[in-house]
Design a protein around this ligand. Structure first.
Ligand SMILES: Nc1ncnc2c1ncn2[C@@H]1O[C@H](COP(=O)(O)OP(=O)(O)OP(=O)(O)O)[C@@H](O)[C@H]1O
Ligand SMILES: [Mg+2]
Length: 463
């Protein structure tokens, strides 16, 4: 029997070889017919299947294939057999090197007991026709090939490639990528971005420890809630309203949240959005695993339907007239309404795949329309307040690397009587010169607290 089989294979190969010879010397119709025969016959004889994952789409407009980048990332940690690797800066992060299989390398792995073989190839672009001049350099087209036994076709294509490789590859891509801070503040109706590199973390945030843990738990259970949101038929989004006086850490918290979740941040400047349609377009252009932030919502959108001041604080360099002009321009440019905002942040999200966190901040929660902050829209309000002793301890650790000091007690007593924002405490604890040590910084803070206390007492005496 084996002899019959090997005879058959030899005959097949001879036939394929013969057909190929014939094909080369025949007219094109016959060539095409013979090519089909060769493919059929070699398919019959070959016990393996090969899948190509190309770097670019074919055709005149070369577009990168997303799958190639994912497989490349997967193979960066799953190609033990490859002897030659190449190091390159990743597309999404210029600070990170990605090591992947060099051209013509091979790596074997076993999945569910089935052996699969990866190879990497480089396909040079077709030669330019003689005499033609091209001003553009055509990139080499690279390709990964996955070879596996035909008998396990469905398992390898679905469980291995679609499931395992795609999942692991995407995780590695996400890990390697540099997060981005998007803005629409240029007013052109699209997002532009810079790398997001804010260092804030929950650890460095001066806030009640229990409240902090509560927020962390809330965020983590949200990110793990895909199935829960699907089951209850709700869009996978969560809204936070951060409110409190200026300098109490609302923006810092946004950065800490984004760092914890590993999300991109879209800083939506409502006063730069022309109308509701543009707002919808901008929100539709946001990606999953992102945080959409609307700061100072009470200043960007007037809840009676009129536009308000563009700037919260007065710009010292501008005259009164210039300021009024700026406000007028902002008023006439933007026609975003409260209902437009609500429709965009509610209805639209159901159509979007992937999780999104939306954060509003305000200094005046009492001025907001109840429609904006009702349950279901803003799931979790978080209040920011003046600095207490616990907050001071966090800031002293951040700024002075101090866990304890004999002056702490005095700070604690003063903080019970005087209101001071974490921003002001941070300012005092920042050494102003190389000579200024940690103790001097605490003394500066104590001096400021005393000053405020006497002011307070003076005011009390006056009244
Ligand atoms: N809770 C905090 N923990 C740590 N640092 C803080 C905190 N609050 C303020 N800071 C410090 O003060 C600076 C200003 O804080 P932040 O911008 O977060 O305040 P905010 O509440 O967003 O103010 P605004 O309402 O004016 O936007 C920050 O850069 C940070 O250094
Ligand atoms: Mg802020």
């Amino acid at each position: 029997m084996p002899e019959t089989l090997s005879g058959l294979v030899t005959a097949g190969i001879t036939f394929v070889f013969f057909c190929d010879m014939l094909r080369r010397c025949c007219p094109s119709e016959l060539q095409q017919y013979l090519e089909k025969c060769i493919t059929k016959l070699s398919g019959f004889l070959n016990p393996n299947i090969e899948i190509s994952i190309r770097e670019y789409t074919t055709g005149s407009h070369l577009k990168p294939h997303e799958a190639y980048g994912i497989v490349e990332a997967y193979l960066s940690v799953n190609s033990d057999g490859a002897r030659k690797l190449k190091a390159q800066i990743t597309k999404d992060n210029e600070n990170k090197l990605l090591f992947s299989m060099d051209e013509n390398q091979e790596s074997v792995e076993v999945f569910n007991g089935v052996q699969v073989t990866w190879t990497s190839e480089k396909v040079s672009p077709p030669a330019q026709p003689a005499g033609s001049i091209s001003y553009f350099s055509v990139p080499d087209r690279r390709c990964y090939k996955l070879k596996f036994p035909k008998a396990h076709k469905m398992m390898i294509m679905e469980s291995f490639l679609q499931g395992h490789v795609m999942k692991r590859g995407r995780e590695i891509v996400a890990r390697n990528r540099q997060r981005k801070l998007y803005t629409n503040a240029h007013g052109e109706g699209y997002w532009s971005h810079i790398p997001f590199e804010h260092p804030a973390t929950f650890e460095t945030l001066a806030m009640d420890a229990e409240e902090k843990q509560n927020i962390i738990n809330d965020l983590m259970s949200f990110t793990k809630g895909k199935e829960h949101y699907e089951r209850i038929g709700k869009a996978w989004k969560r809204g936070y309203l951060l409110h409190g006086p200026p300098g109490t850490g609302k923006s810092t918290m946004i950065a800490a949240m984004a760092n914890l979740l590993d999300y991109d941040v879209y800083d939506l400047e409502l006063t730069s959005v022309k109308d509701n349609a543009e707002l919808r377009k901008l929100l539709m252009a946001t990606k999953a695993k992102s945080m959409i932030v609307i700061e100072d919502i009470d200043c960007s959108l007037d809840l009676t339907g009129q536009r308000k001041r563009m700037k919260k604080k007065k710009n010292k360099n501008k005259s009164e007239n210039e300021e009024t002009e700026m406000e007028a321009v902002s008023w006439s440019r933007s026609k975003v309404t409260l209902s437009g905002l609500l429709n965009s942040t509610d209805g639209l999200w159901s159509a979007c795949v992937g999780e999104r966190v939306i954060v509003f901040t305000t200094n005046h929660v009492d001025k907001l329309d109840p429609a904006l902050i009702r349950k279901g829209r803003m799931d979790k309000p978080i209040e920011f307040s003046y600095c207490n002793y616990q907050g001071f301890r966090v800031l002293a650790r951040n700024y002075l690397q101090l866990e304890k000091h004999s002056l702490f007690e005095e700070v604690e007593e003063l903080m019970k009587e005087v209101q001071i924002t974490p921003a002001d405490v941070a300012e005092e604890l920042m050494p102003k010169s190389d000579e200024e040590g940690a103790e001097q910084c605490i003394r500066n803070l104590i001096y400021t607290l005393h000053q405020r206390k006497s002011k307070l007492n003076g005011a009390d005496a006056d009244s």
